[in-house]
Design a protein around this ligand. Structure first.
Ligand code: NOJ
Length: 540
């Protein structure tokens, strides 16, 4: 049976950087409300809202101190309720970010937990005695550099934090903790939200003493329990962030028979320009054949009966795709459109990250003082100590740092890109005078309208949602070509991932052109030259 979330396109909002309404330099919920008409015009059906809960902001809201209150910077619960209802009037669902692998160390549960060993909340977190040498319990490390264990004087033990010290990990072994999480989820479901994006959900079942953190032994039991206690009998979208997923694991999560989630974010394609076994900062050249085969694997192994794909190029943790795998200089427009066409014609639910639809680019930093993101700052300090050159570290932050995607949304050519009348919390990209929403709306050939057309294509053509995927292999290395088949129709999708001309030679005859990113008449696919970053969809 088809589900609404299989037929829509999602849009991710990073609230801090979307739209400020009160001049404090920080995006907020009234700001989002003021832009709902823009999103409606784009055509999206749901918003994944990065965390808006009360938080001391050590990791920009992914460190929550009260799950049932809104961060002061962002507004009030009334604003949040207004957002849910105004979005719903425009057929847009609000998907909340559910961050329950950890809380803030300022959450009342943790404040209680650290008080004493017999505190009722002690077991809500993962506490351990020092190792026999008096040091950290073991070698588990934090994603944000250094050990994952922090000594706490008040508690007289170490606690586990797979992210920052201010993000202590919750202990999902404890049934009371699990019930508390489910109650909180129901609080939000009762407010009329459309679902949850689940932060690092594959980490919740861990066996720290055996160094097991991801895909732990009880992960799927917990998800089934959660499903039954919360969203299971409601028509909601749930998407798990799962860095370690394979198609097999994805089926476990997203097969409707299993009562777990609607879909997951898998990250296999995202790691392809990283050196195997090394950190995300250690780059290698992206191999287009590898990219094609990873997508083809996920497209063919995750059908709609056994699970569902999510499709994305970027989010608030990843660099801007046009700067990463496109060309953000002379071919910015062509490559942004090519990437959009290739992604949105695949099978699954596409996610657009704010500003992607206008071709926003990475922000170039020259000094660490310009960086806000805790992950980049910690890595900088760690690598300096390890002897890396400052330049090499800054280069890697420019390539992969999370602030790249977090600079304020560029709305127009006025001061601070129309994001705020105050001082923006993070620098605005200096290219905002040329790259902004107002400019893109005025230009009928802009990236925005390609996104808008792609969303409309999905609404009007079941082949986009349901068509079978078939990789087309007899094309040059740098060309990604695939077909979709549905009810006797076939669409062929072509994208040239290169600044060079590439020639395809296919025998299919062209019935009509559905969408293209360069103006040209396509009547035959034999000996056809593709210009740099050219992409099109034809019915064959
Ligand atoms: C994944 C989130 O997307 C990221 O922004 C955050 O830092 C970590 N999880 C920890 O919550």
């Amino acid at each position: 049976m088809s589900k609404w979330w299989q037929e829509i396109v999602m849009y991710q909002i990073y609230p801090r950087s979307f739209q400020d309404s009160n001049g404090d330099g920080i995006g907020d919920i009234p700001g989002i409300i003021s832009r709902l008409d823009y999103l409606k015009d784009l055509g999206i059906g749901g918003i994944w809202l990065s965390p808006v809960y009360q938080s001391p902001n050590d990791d920009n809201g992914y460190d929550i101190s009260d799950y049932e209150a809104i961060m002061d910077d962002f507004g009030t619960m009334d604003d949040m309720e207004q957002l849910i209802s105004e979005a719903s009037e425009r057929d847009i669902k609000i998907i909340m970010d559910l961050v329950v692998n950890h809380t803030s160390d300022e959450h009342p549960w943790f404040i209680e937990s650290r008080k004493s060993k017999d505190n009722a909340y002690r077991d809500f977190y993962v506490w351990r005695n020092p190792a026999s040498d008096g040091g950290v319990p073991n070698a588990l490390s934090s994603t944000f550099s250094g050990t994952a264990w922090e000594w706490d004087d008040e508690a007289g033990q170490y606690y586990l934090h797979l992210f920052s010290k201010k993000q202590p990990d919750l202990n999902w072994e404890n049934p009371k903790l699990r019930q508390s999480v489910y109650e909180m989820m129901n609080f939000w479901i009762d407010k009329g939200i459309g679902g949850f994006r689940m932060d690092v959900i594959d980490l919740i079942s861990k066996v720290p003493d055996q160094m097991i953190t991801g895909n732990g032994p009880k992960l799927h039991d917990y998800l089934v329990e959660m499903n039954h206690a919360t969203f299971g009998n409601k028509d909601l979208l749930t998407v798990g962030e799962t860095w370690g997923a394979t198609p097999e694991i994805a089926k476990q999560y997203s097969n409707p028979k299993n009562d777990e989630l609607s879909m997951i974010f898998q990250f296999e394609h995202v790691g392809l320009d990283e050196q195997p076994g090394k950190a995300k900062w250690d780059l290698q050249k992206l191999s287009i054949p590898a990219l094609k085969s990873v997508f083809a694997k996920w497209q063919t192994q995750l059908g709609c009966d056994e699970g569902w794909n999510s499709l994305f190029w970027n989010n608030h943790d990843l660099p801007r795709i046009v700067s990463r795998w496109g060309n953000d200089k002379e071919y910015r427009v062509e490559s942004a459109k090519m990437l959009a066409i290739i992604l949105h014609l695949m099978k699954g639910t596409p996610y657009i990250y704010q500003g992607e639809e206008t071709g926003m680019t990475n922000y170039p930093i020259s000094d660490i003082s310009e960086v806000d993101d805790i992950e980049s700052i910690n890595m900088y300090n760690e690598r300096l100590e390890q002897g890396y050159s400052r330049k090499a570290i800054i280069d890697s932050i420019n390539a992969k740092g999370r602030d790249n995607a977090r600079t304020p949304m560029q709305w127009d050519a006025s001061n601070n890109a129309g994001f705020t009348t105050g001082k923006p919390w993070l620098h605005v990209n200096p290219n905002y005078k040329a790259i902004n929403v107002a400019a893109t709306l005025e230009d009928k050939n802009s990236i925005f309208y390609t996104y808008q057309s792609l969303i409309k294509l999905r609404k009007d053509n079941p082949i986009v949602v349901w068509g079978e995927f078939e990789l087309v292999s007899d094309v040059p290395e740098a060309v990604f070509a695939y077909k979709r088949h549905y009810a006797g129709k076939t669409w062929l999708i072509i994208g040239n991932f290169s600044e060079k001309v590439n020639t395809i030679d296919l025998t299919d005859s062209v019935k009509s052109v559905i969408i293209a990113n360069v103006p040209k008449t396509i009547t035959s696919l034999s000996a056809l030259d593709l210009s740099p970053f050219e992409a099109f969809v034809v019915e064959v």
